[in-house]
Write a protein that binds this ligand. Sequence first.
Ligand code: ARG
Length: 565
Amino acid sequence: MFDIRRKIAGILCDVVDLSVDDIYSMLEVPPDPKMGDLALPCFKLSKILKKSPVIIASELVEKTPKSEYFEKMQAVSGYLNIFLNRKFFIREVLNEVLDRKELYGSSDIGKGKNIVIDYSAPNIAKPFHIGHLRSTVIGNSLYKIFEFMGYNCIGVNHLGDWGTQFGKLIVAYKKWGDRETVEKEKISELMRLYVKFHEEAEKDPSLEDEARAWFTKMEKGDNEALELWRWFRELSLAEFSKVYDMLGVTFDSFAGESFYEDKMQAVIKDLESKGLLEESQGAMIVNLEKYDMPPCLILKKDGSTLYATRDITAAIYRKNTYNFDKCIYVTASAQCLHFKQWFKVTGLMGYEWAKDLVHVPFGLVSIEGEKLATRKGNVVLLEDLLNKAVSKTLEIMEEKNPDLPDKERIAKEVGIGAVVFNDLSNNRIKDISFSWSEALNFDGETGPYVQYTHARTCSVLHKACCEIIGSFDESLISNDDEYQLVKTLSLFPEKVKLAMEEYEPSIISRYLIDLAQDFNRFYHNQSILVDDKSLRNARLALVQAVKYTLSAGLKLIGLSAPERV
Ligand code: ARG
């Protein structure tokens, strides 16, 4: 991979006698391109070299040998400003992108390593709401990013298909439900029953005991209980699949919480034999006082297992099955403590791989300012949201581009893309709000904007009649708009790597916005299809490179890259 920063660091490190990596990490991009393409803030060196930044900068200008990588260096108030050799840089970057096409930015650093990604994981018999959307799209994007970096990924949907809520549902179904309505209304009827249970249980707390008793029956293998549970599970899964199909998200395993039912006893024994289990008010816990955390609950008073019991068991199973390098969990930040607790327990059990368990939390989602809740029933169903996004996009497209063939399919790609992009456009830990007008704004910092820009590159290339670009003369790519575009293109590989290291798909979405904006500036300021063949060829090479990179980036965040919008 061509990395000009590393090349420059390689030259400078000999002059100051430091490692390439040290210099590499110190190099910055100056705020104003007039100050150069890269800068070394020399105050970072002054402690090590025991000289003032001003002196270091001017010594570097004097002593650095000439090279094809840069044109000149300037010392300005303790900074070493570096101006690249544009011609060389442009040639290297464009050749690499055109050579690697949509694989530009990919690598094989993960070769031979397995990564388990646990994402989406909605709860059976509860609706799949927009809160689960974040887990789904962040997890899906991380899957694609790790795969792009050569890892073997295993996507697991740890369905919430076990637990006391099924006892509640069984009670509610037996009291207030009937088979026909459930068959017909599916999750919304299950949801109604679930909500009804909570309303009634407020008046009559004995219902909670009944629910617990039913869950215990499930855990003991009672036929009636298990049959109902299986039915609820299938109905829910069929509904979830509709959403996954719309999003284009797949999983390698659907081993949910119930999968671990027959595997937990061994783990409980293991905890016991390691002296970690303690009784507390009838329940069995692992005391985590020493680590400043509340106890991790393993068994309830009535002997039933808990969310954490299943998570510990699942982690052990996954290590044995997949021998993971890392196991990543994508959930709302409300679950931070839960993960900290059971990660600790796993470590205390002596599993050295506990350090490879990673929690990737994210903030809350609100829609047009409204928070979401499951118990009360005022949730926005994800399927409805996605359908609405598609129909609104179709309306916009009818206006913008009424003759577009295959409008429905494209409206689906753009509408759903808009929702997904909105979810990935900020640091994941931030709370986000969803607003229709913002998410679907074709000129804003949105998915449709990036997709639209990609379609624009396709249309330019199409108009050029698929002219074979072949070799191009990089010296013709010389104005500032073009140079800026090449600089942005050159950043893609490091952005992908950073997104992977920080488990942060938003690094890629923000990058795509920058690239799209730089492209559109170039597009508006320069004519591409000029008469001069060589110039036209050089500009087309640039357009082609932008197309590959936008398309690759869109796919990494789980969006499609339609050729026409
Ligand atoms: N079902 C859970 C929820 O909706 C998320 C499960 C996440 N994965 C896990 N292994 N705990 O909150």
